[in-house]
Design a protein around this ligand. Sequence first.
Ligand SMILES: *[C@@H]1O[C@H](CO)[C@@H](O)[C@H](O)[C@H]1NC(C)=O
Ligand SMILES: *[C@@H]1O[C@H](CO)[C@@H](O)[C@H](O)[C@H]1NC(C)=O
Ligand SMILES: *[C@@H]1O[C@H](CO)[C@@H](O)[C@H](O)[C@H]1NC(C)=O
Ligand SMILES: *[C@@H]1O[C@H](CO)[C@@H](O)[C@H](O)[C@H]1NC(C)=O
Ligand SMILES: *[C@@H]1O[C@H](CO)[C@@H](O)[C@H](O)[C@H]1NC(C)=O
Ligand SMILES: [Cu+2]
Length: 367
Amino acid sequence: MVSFSIQVLVALLGAGAALAMPVEEKRQDAACTGPLVRKAWHTLTDTEKKSYIDAELCLMKKPSASGLRGTRTRFDEFQVAHALKTEIAHFVGQFLPFHRLFIFAHEQALRKECGYTGAQPYWEEGRDAGAFSKSILLDPVLGFGGNGVGPNKCIQDGPFANYTNSLGPGYLVQDHCIDRDINDLFSTTAAAATVERCLNTTTYLDFWPCIENGPHGAGHGGIGAQMLNPVSSPGDPIFFLHHAWLDWLWAKWQAKDPKARLTDMGGNNKGVLGGVFGGPSSPGFGAPGGPGGPGFPGGGAPPPNIPGGFTPVNLTRPNDVPEPLVIGDPGNTTTLSHLLYLYGMTENRTIAEVMDTKGVLCYVYDS
Ligand SMILES: *[C@@H]1O[C@H](CO)[C@@H](O)[C@H](O)[C@H]1NC(C)=O
Ligand SMILES: *[C@@H]1O[C@H](CO)[C@@H](O)[C@H](O)[C@H]1NC(C)=O
Ligand SMILES: *[C@@H]1O[C@H](CO)[C@@H](O)[C@H](O)[C@H]1NC(C)=O
Ligand SMILES: *[C@@H]1O[C@H](CO)[C@@H](O)[C@H](O)[C@H]1NC(C)=O
Ligand SMILES: *[C@@H]1O[C@H](CO)[C@@H](O)[C@H](O)[C@H]1NC(C)=O
Ligand SMILES: [Cu+2]
């Protein structure tokens, strides 16, 4: 049911695979003793849930320090860093490593700046496939609040109900609420069979598109509204638990054959698959065949509102300084030397450095 673009992607990537060049594994300089253990949200105690929520609220109160346009708070800075990298972080080989570092940066901010002592939890979406609206994640007290209501689909309850996003949808800089438009049908792509099909793949060039087009769409399409916006989706704090789940799946897949998979990287490093998003060969969110678009499970739903399409509107790169978007790869293929740069949200890292969660990032998953 999510096969709409995978054949095309794989066919296209087959050509790219020949270009992928082996890169020497970078020496890990950190001995990761005592890694943080990331756990599934539904397994946390009430106290653990509360301390995560409180730390997120703390980030939402801390003033922005980066000077990134459109930000008022530290929480907003993550949203902007994601927006600025959207074009080269989705439907490209660095999709999984980029988001791995992005989620790590958020976890570090909670710990270093907000007194959080836990790890980034993940949302085990498979448990809620087809029934996101009943998820424990949406608890109004020990969760992220429920569905959006009214014409603007603003969330009404939960700890984040009163937060004002300063960015989005898309690249717009404007105040709005955290919104949701839950769609249980979209959330079926989190189902065990879909996940298992991805975990059954044996190369990164099969695994990554399987994840990006399948389970990835569940969290975004199933929660909807801003979560369905590929640019500004981290404006909903549930984003971090969604992408931690995908990261968990990647780590699980890597652990099945660490020797090969901890260095397996590839794919295009720019949105060459049909432009940026939504091209015919790589249906993005809202495009025909892509999550949220016609032909997707629950299909025919209106595409998400992305003002200006994928052309930055108000938001541009800091100080409007042009910069090369892709750094570190010798050609058009994503390699282990690709630089992951998050506008100071965390240290610059190469993909090689984030391949193993037990390297410089130093965390593991509970299962
Ligand atoms: C949000 O604001 C309303 C109105 O001021 C208030 O009643 C409610 O308690 C606030 N909710 C939170 C979670 O702060
Ligand atoms: C995954 O692989 C296992 C073992 O080969 C197989 O039994 C199972 O049917 C596969 N699952 C899917 C969804 O392809
Ligand atoms: C942002 O862009 C929109 C659409 O072009 C425009 O209406 C709005 O005035 C701009 N806002 C700022 C702060 O520049
Ligand atoms: C890389 O892509 C550009 C177009 O974006 C193309 O002009 C160039 O030939 C490609 N380079 C290689 C080595 O394929
Ligand atoms: C991180 O990478 C960016 C982009 O190349 C560069 O501008 C910045 O100076 C780097 N930061 C550090 C601390 O090296
Ligand atoms: Cu993203």
